[in-house]
Design a protein around this ligand. Structure first.
Ligand SMILES: [Zn+2]
Length: 167
């Protein structure tokens, strides 16, 4: 059983091979592309992106909705100097997006989200890591954290006002 504290930068970088200016991850990787480690049970525990752990430990916390990519584009590289934060769509297309474009993507994602208020309340009540909740509920990186901080899925119904009509 490993907790997130187990995965220090030193530990993670000891599972790499030097290749030019890059450090190539030698551990497991989702789809052979995204280095990952599991917390808790080694087979069924929540998968956490190695690049995200290293990025946050070295460069600080990610902005909500961002994920970590590499500027070197080297497969499986986890070198802290190669890691950059970007949106999912940027990672996909490899190009910068205008802020209004990003807002439209986010609005579309919310509309398609498979969440309901019940799940949202569960996420708020849970003491699991946000990254684990993201993985379990199939949410984009950082979404559970935004739910918890009431930036999305704001609960307008108060538990003390349950008798009022709901739309
Ligand atoms: Zn690199």
């Amino acid at each position: 059983m490993k907790s997130l504290d187990h995965f220090t930068v030193d530990y993670l970088l000891s599972h790499t091979q030097e290749e030019g200016d890059c450090l190539i991850w030698t551990g497991s990787a989702q789809h052979g592309k995204y280095p990952q480690v599991r917390i808790g049970d080694s087979r069924t525990g929540a998968a956490i992106a190695v690049r995200r752990i290293i990025y946050e430990k070295v460069h600080g916390e990610l902005m909500p909705g961002k994920q970590v990519g590499t500027k070197c584009k080297t497969l499986l590289c986890v070198h802290p100097d190669c890691l950059v934060q970007r949106t999912k769509s940027q990672a996909h297309k490899g190009q910068k997006l205008r802020p209004d474009h990003i807002m439209r993507i986010i609005a579309g994602k919310r509309a398609k989200a498979k969440l309901n208020m019940e799940t949202v309340r569960e996420i708020r009540a849970s003491d699991e890591l946000c990254t684990a909740l993201d993985a379990r509920h199939g949410l984009s990186d950082g979404y559970a954290s935004r739910i918890r901080t009431n930036r999305v899925w704001v609960d307008h119904s108060s538990p003390f006002a349950g008798l009022g009509a709901r739309p």
